[in-house]
Design a binder for this molecule. Structure first.
Ligand code: PEP
Ligand code: MG
Length: 844
């Protein structure tokens, strides 16, 4: 972050006019080696484009963006002009703050300035003081912020508005500008080169900084003013204004469920026992029902490993900066992976938590603050990072809005992730026993919750948190019963004592007497029985009531998931994402390592087919050890099969490993991102060459249909491939030109769009015409409304996440193929995804 030193402040200056004031302020920056003298001229030119009078006696001269190359270092200078200088007719300036900033480091000073701007008394004091340090204390952006609250609903300063475009817009999401919508906003703002700022209630935020946005504390219905200044300002304002007006990708969130409501939500048959337990059980703790189900196990109080002792000082700032950058990059890759895993397991809404974490991680203000500490305070990367995170987390935690304050925990979670990588210890990590437990904690951060093993953690009980907390959302997606907001008394419960946790009623009963324990065991047994019924039925084939069979397969991305596929009744692995073998490491896996993984998986499948997709890196899945040229649009760049062709050794070693494993079970190979027949032929030729070298068995070779060109050419491709598997995630993004990872488009990038369905239809008809089979392995297959339509379009196999398999099979067994065909026919004639969904809901 830029700082203001006393050497850059001149007090009691006389300035004849605006040009003279700019010259004097600019000369300080030239003397300090911050700018080339030509930048002063640029400052003058800027005044012609738009005056930099900020209001209340302050002006902020700065050059034009196109002259940024004249800046040597980012810096500030301040001229105090006690008698004032006329800036524009009728506007007198007493403090001239000249800014030379290469990127958006000047945001800090602007936010400082807006802090003092409305306080006329402070401005006048600064205009007259004889003490340079008063000015430094008030305006140095690297100093902690002044916490004096600003007056309510202060309008955004006029000159800033004059410098670019602005829009006032109401924040409509049910919980205001909390982490997820803020992350959507920040993500969009970062797509523009313009400086984006947001004003609310007298506070200013850098629209590209998550922490800064959260500090605004905007509640539902709050009006924000967005300004943009720069080459693409008009577009930025239009995009951001629309995004805010449309709710920033937020759906209505459920209101907190009180314990009594949670009870009312239960099936009627369960109610009498509920009342009995609630009223009678001594010691029964009431919390908030967060994730349904019953858990019985000994209590385990979560104690994190103590914080590592960190050296404060370091001598080599360059090395520390490198370490920090590296740790941030690796933390980013970890969050990406978590996002992907939770997305597959539970859906995009749940996974967005980790997207918000990425915004924290990439927050320019936060990173700049840590770098500043490294450069100017000679601090180690770990110390600087910890302090920078803690400063911001403390500020967030102190805000009135509980939702925003709760984001302090997320920021600390992200901070701890980077710390672990920086100090290479388990600092702040959870260590849990290897037996069943009810986990009791003050609160759990999302990273810890996502890492819990549902086989051992039978319940989660937290002192803090609400039903919409990340802990609750993730616990539901992991199928771990949870009760949150129980109060601090739970932290005193004796470790090892048995407890009954009821995540549907929101209660925890420590040390139950024999009768209550028995009652809970019965309930657990009944729930298990019901689940077992569904699971047992999952082993039966998925045949519709009118006799049409659909294969239900698993989409997996880890070795143990092959065994789990069989346990839940999966009939094949329809997609093995092999990227898991290649990510989060510094070198690629060698052939033997890959062979072992594929062999273990195909053996665990006990004769069921395993479709191995070759490496689909690039796009949103970069690999650290592959140096790739910068791509403006990585999703349209070197990804999937293109990257494999570009790295033939890596590709060959993967094909060798797959073909060797093919002697141990039924394996099929599938190529990602095929766009043309020659591409497929080239890949298949390589498979055949290696197969002959190894004398491996002949295997089926197919392609993902995930690019519109392959769907359009499906009739020609179908003559050559053994099968198609439609990747609706990419097919949707490329057909609709909507980035699959852009949360602002999440509701529109719907695979039920008739255009996507028509591509599916075309692909299936082409394949069947050549006697080939077609699967769908994108997330769409797991959406019950979509599954019926896909079946109606005659897709032969649906590949879904493991938890979805029993439910999907049950759904298929309950439906009639003829109805599905009718539904599909009508869906193809709809004009929008919403219409298709309405249709599916109508017939459900
Ligand atoms: C798809 O694009 O639908 C697909 C299954 O592949 P991935 O999500 O791994 O890109
Ligand atoms: Mg894909």
């Amino acid at each position: 972050m830029v700082s203001l030193g006393p050497e850059n402040v001149r007090i009691a200056v006389h300035a004849m006019d605006r040009a003279n004031a700019i010259h004097q302020a600019g000369a300080i920056l030239v003397e300090g080696g911050y700018i080339h003298p030509g930048y002063i001229y640029s400052m003058m030119k800027r005044e012609q484009v738009s005056a930099t009078y900020l209001g209340n006696g302050i002006a902020i001269p700065h050059g034009l963006s196109q002259d940024r190359q004249l800046i040597q270092h980012t810096g500030l200078s301040v001229l105090q002009v006690p008698h004032g200088v006329e800036w524009s007719p009728g506007e007198v300036v007493y403090l001239v703050v000249a800014i030379a900033a290469r990127s958006d480091e000047h945001i800090g000073i602007l936010s400082k300035l807006t802090d003092v701007l409305e306080d006329e008394a402070t401005v006048m004091r600064l205009a007259r003081t004889r003490r340079v340090e008063d000015i430094v204390a008030a305006l140095d952006p690297s100093r902690p912020p002044d916490v004096t609250p600003m007056p309510m609903q202060t309008p955004a300063p006029a000159a800033i508005m004059g410098a670019g475009y602005r829009a006032d817009v109401e924040v409509t999401g049910s919980t205001g500008l909390h982490a997820r919508p803020a992350s959507v906003f920040v993500g969009l703002a970062k797509e523009f080169r313009s400086d984006v700022r947001v004003y609310h209630d007298g506070k200013t935020a850098n629209g590209k900084s998550m922490v800064s946005m959260l500090r605004l504390g905007v509640e539902r219905g709050g009006i924000i003013t967005i300004t943009a200044d720069g080459p693409d300002a008009a577009k930025a304002i239009e995009t951001l204004q629309n995004a805010v007006a449309e709710g920033l990708g937020e759906e209505e969130e459920a209101q907190p469920t009180q314990p009594s409501e949670a009870v009312a939500d239960q099936p009627a048959s369960a109610t009498p026992e509920v009342q009995e337990v609630r009223e009678d059980a001594p010691g029964l703790i009431h919390g908030i029902a967060a994730a349904p189900g019953i858990g019985i196990a000994p209590i385990h109080q979560l104690r994190k490993d103590p914080q590592a002792v960190i050296e404060r000082h370091a001598i080599d700032a360059k090395a520390e900066r490198y370490d920090l950058n590296h740790a941030i990059d690796r933390a980013g890759a970890e969050l990406e992976e978590l996002h992907r895993t939770i997305n597959q397991r539970a859906g995009e809404a749940e996974a967005r938590i980790f997207q918000a974490h990425r915004e924290f991680l990439e927050d320019p203000d936060l990173i700049e603050a840590a770098r500043f500490r490294i450069d100017h305070n000679e601090e180690s990367a770990a110390f600087a990072w910890r302090e920078a995170v803690e400063e911001r987390a403390t500020e967030l935690a102190a805000l009135d809005d509980p939702l925003v304050a709760a984001r302090a925990a997320d920021l600390r979670d992200v901070g701890a992730r980077v710390m672990r990588l920086l100090v290479r210890t388990s600092e702040g990590a959870m260590s849990l026993p290897d037996h069943e437990i009810i986990l009791v904690a003050e609160d759990l951060n999302p990273s810890d919750t996502a890492a819990l093993n549902p086989d051992l953690v039978k319940g989660i009980c937290t002192a803090l948190g609400g039903p919409n907390s990340h802990t609750a959302i993730l616990a539901r997606s992991l199928d771990i019963p949870a009760v949150v907001g129980c109060g601090r008394a739970v932290l005193e419960l004796a470790p090892g004592m048995t407890a009954v946790l009821d995540g549907s009623r929101g209660t925890v009963l420590p040390d139950p007497d024999a009768g209550r324990l028995e009652q809970a065991r019965q309930e657990l047994g009944e729930a298990g029985f019901r689940r077992a019924e569904v699971e047992e039925a999952a082993y039966r084939p998925a045949i519709t009531v009118d006799g049409h069979r659909v294969e239900v397969a698993a989409t997996i991305g880890a070795v143990p998931e092959a065994g789990r596929t069989v346990e839940v009744g999966g009939e094949a692995v329809g997609l093995l994402r092999t990227e898991f073998l290649f990510q989060d490491r510094t070198d690629p896996p060698d052939e033997d390592e890959q062979f072992e993984a594929y062999r273990t998986m195909v053996e665990a499948l006990g004769g069921l087919p395993l479709i191995v997709r070759t490496l689909d890196a690039g796009g949103d899945k970069p690999l650290p050890y592959i140096s790739m040229a910068h791509e403006d649009n990585p999703f349209l760049g070197q990804r999937g099969i293109r990257l494999s062709f570009a790295m033939p050794d890596l590709f060959r070693s993967q094909l060798r490993a797959i073909l060797r494993a093919a002697s141990h079970g039924e394996i099929k190979i599938m190529f990602p991102m095929i766009t043309s027949v020659p591409e497929f032929r080239r890949a298949r030729r390589m498979v055949e060459e290696i197969r002959q070298e190894l004398d491996a068995p002949e295997i089926e070779v197919g392609i993902m249909v995930e690019v519109p060109s392959s769907a359009v050419l499906a009739d020609i491709l179908a003559r050559e491939v053994d099968f198609f598997s439609i990747g609706t995630n990419d097919l949707t993004q490329y057909t609709l030109a909507m980035d699959r990872g852009n949360p602002a488009l999440a509701n529109d990038a719907d695979g039920l769009h008739p255009a996507v369905l028509r591509m599916v239809d075309q692909t299936v008809r082409a394949a069947h015409g050549e006697g080939k089979w077609v699967g769908v392995c994108g997330n769409l297959a797991a959406d019950p409304a979509a599954a019926a339509i896909l079946i109606g379009l005659d897709v032969d196999e649906l590949s879904v996440g493991i938890p979805n398999i029993p439910g999907l099979k049950a759904q298929i067994r309950d439906m009639a193929y003829e109805d599905a065909r009718d539904l599909a026919r009508r869906a193809l004639m709809c004009d929008a995804a919403a219409e298709v969904r309405a249709l599916a809901a109508e017939v459900a």
